[in-house]
Ligand binder design. Sequence first.
Ligand code: PLP
Length: 278
Amino acid sequence: MSTAYLNGDYLPLEECKVSVLDRGFIFGDAVYELIPVYNSKPFYLQAHLMRLARSLEQTRINNPHTEDGWKQIINKLIETSGLEQLSVYLQVTRGVAKRDHAFPEDITPTVFAMTNSWPAVNTGMYKKGLTVITAEDMRWDRCDIKVTSLMANVMKKQQAAENNADEAIMIRDGSVLEGSATNVFIVKEGQVSTAPKNNLILPGIARDVVVEILNENNIPLFEQAATQAQLTDADEVWITSSTKECAPVTIVDGEPVGSGTPGELWQKVYDLYQQRKK
Ligand code: PLP
């Protein structure tokens, strides 16, 4: 039974209980993070903690811990997990209050964290490449905040699953923005593009890693959203996230991407991503 953290206590996951009046349960009034851990070391921890702080600030939930406080919780959970490759999930809800959309000022946030063993990236799947569908983006316009209210993302991912696809790529007003739980990169004639960081996408940490790799290797990158036609016409498509890292997409809406196999540039970026984990 794995050890989790709830409001100051470390206890078995099954024993973690929160009130049904918790606004995270009632309204999805909460933010979260998922941090990959390789060789017992959290990957890009600072970036995850900065994004968490921003999510809290934007939703006006009091940040219950300093950066050091967060690091202590994360490190203790890593230690007690006995695992070397894992993920740490953190969630902060606004807290418990009488049900009312408007929130009281003096409310104490609920802090929950758990670990999960790492489903090592399925390299077999990456040899063949992933399958995606496109779908209309029906989310609100603050997709830059990592909130737990993910109904639209859940419905889109389910639509993908029911169509035997690994991900749904969301299109808003003709622009290719991101997947239901991933960012999207497109390659055409050696040039890479991805949607810019604004209110319409989550600023993914794996996206940052890939952008760093591209910049360091002088591979041209344009932070500009592609059109659906450009997606269909791409030589390569990649999706990135902390769990998928950088994955090649070889089928979009039933049609092969480029040659229908993972591309050369993807392989290069993927290998450099793996090196960063050491
Ligand atoms: N976009 C969305 C909508 C997400 O939910 C996620 C991850 O959960 C990502 C992108 C990728 O973010 P990260 O690379 O930080 O895991």
